[in-house]
Ligand binder design. Sequence first.
Ligand code: AMP
Ligand code: MG
Length: 416
Amino acid sequence: MTTSSADAGSGRSLLPVAEARAAILDQLQPIAGWERVAVRGALGRVLAEDIIAPYNVPAHDNSAMDGYAVRAQDLGANGETALGVVGTAFAGRPFSGIVGPGQAVRIMTGASIPQGADTIVVQEIARREHDRVFIPAGQKKGQNLRHAGEDLAEGGVALAAGCRCGPAELGLIASLGIAEVAVRRRLRVAILSTGDEIASIGRPLGPGEVYDSNRYTLFGALSRLGCELVDMGVIPDRPEALEAAFRDAAQAADVIITSGGVSVGEADFIREMMNRMGEVAFWKLAIKPGRPMAFGRIGDAVLFGLPGNPVAVMVTFYQFVQDALLQLMGVTPLPPAERFPVRAGFALRKQPGRVEYLRGRLQRGADGLSVTLAGAQGSGVLRSMSEADCFVVLPEDCTAVQPGDTVCVQPFHGLV
Ligand code: AMP
Ligand code: MG
């Protein structure tokens, strides 16, 4: 694993976000191991093998509408054609006869098309009189038919390995009559918070202490991804305690995510310790919030050392860690998270040199979408994340935003 770029204290410039993302994704391979689960258990899991359609879906040509199954050649070019109704086809109870010249069969949605018929006329335009039905001119041969295999063709790949199953995929698997599928094993992720001042919830705060929120945001984000969590708790800034925690975490998990302890000033002993236990780069990223971040390996586990500030944890998680975890989970790469330009409804001055991820709220007005800022933007103000529905992404070279300027947003929907 290469660990050289933009090390803290190396005097080199800040590492651009895109380079850090690429460096991370470059070094990660999907984990091995899979299991068979029942269809319901596949929700949120990653398929370990292609799912091949064992039959056509639908299995038979069938009617898309309630109406009459007819032979197109019987229908006149003008006026009405009278046909004799010789039976009824229900879904699951086909008409067993053959539709002959001058004949029609009453048919329900989903019923197999009776032999001889090739066209469905919807009931609303047909006029029924006893055992005869009158069909107006202008019907098209083959209309209102769903063809066998039109959804999925027998022998074709219905879902490819690497697909993460959502509700549609569960239904699709079931539509093939498949009861169990092979999915990759869950990614095991250990989380720990560092800092002498960090207090676990459930007890009163001591002087100068801060409740640990990072393990809860990470719990939420990782649970949504379907990871198996190993919660290592809060570890004080003591080398022996940290070393023991990292050793345990590296044995228990595929990935270790820490928060705190990677900023300049705190990083020195952690860096020394991590590099004894593995190979870890300490980056200074061109990003705000979240400049310091560590990435590498401890034992066989991949390590993400996130900054301590709660908003910085979330920004670096969604910009660097989430896609890396999906790659480890074996998910086929998805298109990059959606971003689009909108009008700024705020003013701001900014230092050049870092990409800034502000927390914003989208608003729809008469003249389209605009974005305002979601409260105070300090990197410790978690409320800004809770109130926001998007990141406002200001590029490195931006120095100011005026109301009415165009800015780029990354919606939380589908990301956070
Ligand atoms: P550090 O990166 O360790 O210097 O921490 C930066 C800031 O984030 C400090 O104000 C910490 O108190 C705060 N912080 C670190 N870890 C946590 C945590 N788990 N929950 C809430 N705040 C934290
Ligand atoms: Mg700290």
